[in-house]
Design a protein around this ligand. Sequence first.
Ligand SMILES: Cc1cc2nc3c(=O)[nH]c(=O)nc-3n(C[C@H](O)[C@H](O)[C@H](O)COP(=O)(O)OP(=O)(O)OC[C@H]3O[C@@H](n4cnc5c(N)ncnc54)[C@H](O)[C@@H]3O)c2cc1C
Length: 488
Amino acid sequence: MISRRNLLRGSAAISAAGPLVPAAFAAQADPKKSDAYDIVILGAGTAGLVAAIEAHDLGLKPVVLEKMDYAAGNSLYASGGIAAWGTPQQKAEGHEESREAFRADMMKVSENRADPALVDTYVSHIGEDLEWLKSHVGVQFGKIGRKPWPLLYRMHNVDGKGLTGGARLIRDLLKALQDRGIPLLFNTKAMELITDEHFRVVGVKTVTDDGWKNFYARDGVLIATGGFSGSREMLCRYMGGPLSRLVLRGSPYVTGENILLTAPLGAKFVHMDQFHCGPIVEETHANPNFVIDAGVGIDVDVRGKRFMDEIYTYTQKSMATATRTPENLAYHLIDSHWPKAASAAKKFIEMKTRVLVADTPEELAKKMGIDPKVFTDLFAEFNRALKEGRLKEMNPPCSLDEPTPLDQGPFYAFPFQGGITATFGGPKINEKAQVMTNEDRPIKGLYAAGNAAGGLFYGNYIGGTQLGGALVFGRIAARQMALSHRMG
Ligand SMILES: Cc1cc2nc3c(=O)[nH]c(=O)nc-3n(C[C@H](O)[C@H](O)[C@H](O)COP(=O)(O)OP(=O)(O)OC[C@H]3O[C@@H](n4cnc5c(N)ncnc54)[C@H](O)[C@@H]3O)c2cc1C
């Protein structure tokens, strides 16, 4: 199997299209113990790379510092959907959408707890920023998708051309950096921000293969180091025990440097217990979304007991599995009424992921290692309640819109666990991507974007707005630093 790490290092599978980490970057590490640039960007994810390109195109000299030996963040794992409204592509494909509707949904999905100013900023910029990705970076998009909530045609999907959309996006961004000669230094980990006597951030102390090295920044430092989903200790600290058992869906290397670097400066942290949850199968990293979101079937724990309403979204199902089952493990049971059942099982098998198939409910129960009577009773109870229109009276209720009976073999059991996609908490930013203090003042010279920044998301997010947020605020941070450059 090709790991993402190998993929990024330019494995045989992608070498025909050129390595993702261009050799030119590797050669740029400078043995000197300090260096100066206009801006210093920490982290080679979407936010950091976008900021570097924008800053360069505005006439600045940026440098990107990445702690790993490849662009190791969550961007690489992303499906590559970016949610936007009113784009030329939406119009061309016949999808009308208003700014107000998009904004209202962003607020609604956050239970009105997202910072309205940041949401407004997203909504104002995303359309233009998406066009910029096409024109300045060369990113190509496939047809717009109608997913996920609230099922409108907003999802602009990066055309992965054989890679995941996120990996393709990173590859395109890296190429744009290389084309412009923007330095990107790997194995360079930001350890501490440097301030001057006016409490202005003027650089960063890093550790490199050659030891300590300071990078000074005339116009600002951008924290684009992602969130802390890769740090079990921080998940436990900010979210509590059961949630620290969520299976990691993304990068193990986003380990909370957004907090560690900015805490000594008194940054204001917001939404620290907030995150996005999604389903995953831990052993193979398979994403079973397409099965558990099928709109038919029931969900049970390892004892064969239902524990949630099947109307739940994939996010809610993942959360319920993590918090209501001691093992953080559930099975989606489905029968052959679902026309895609056989092909879904095939897809699981192709992903080398366990799926149980049986001709009868009893046999399925045996394969799950439980008493066959458990499924005989459960399936009979479900089918009876469905026939009598009493599904919502079950405990827990089943509120599916178009449920089908469970009586047509073969029967399938698809395993899934609750996983964490990304954390939403971090240093609060304002509309200019400046990091704020507890006293609600911007810290001079310090910016944050992407999952490193706090304020834009709470509770959940409209699929595609995380990459979108990294794009919008990465560009804004670069523009702000360019402004500061011009003002001297
Ligand atoms: C399975 C999955 C699917 C997803 N799909 C989507 C999707 O389709 N649409 C969407 O909008 N969002 C999606 N997301 C979320 C999205 O991937 C993230 O929101 C986004 O990639 C964050 O980008 P970023 O630039 O903030 O950080 P990252 O991409 O995480 O990059 C951070 C970088 O900083 C580096 N770094 C960390 N600490 C330091 C340090 N001290 N010094 C130097 N470098 C450092 C890391 O190594 C990393 O390379 C998905 C996430 C997952 C896990």
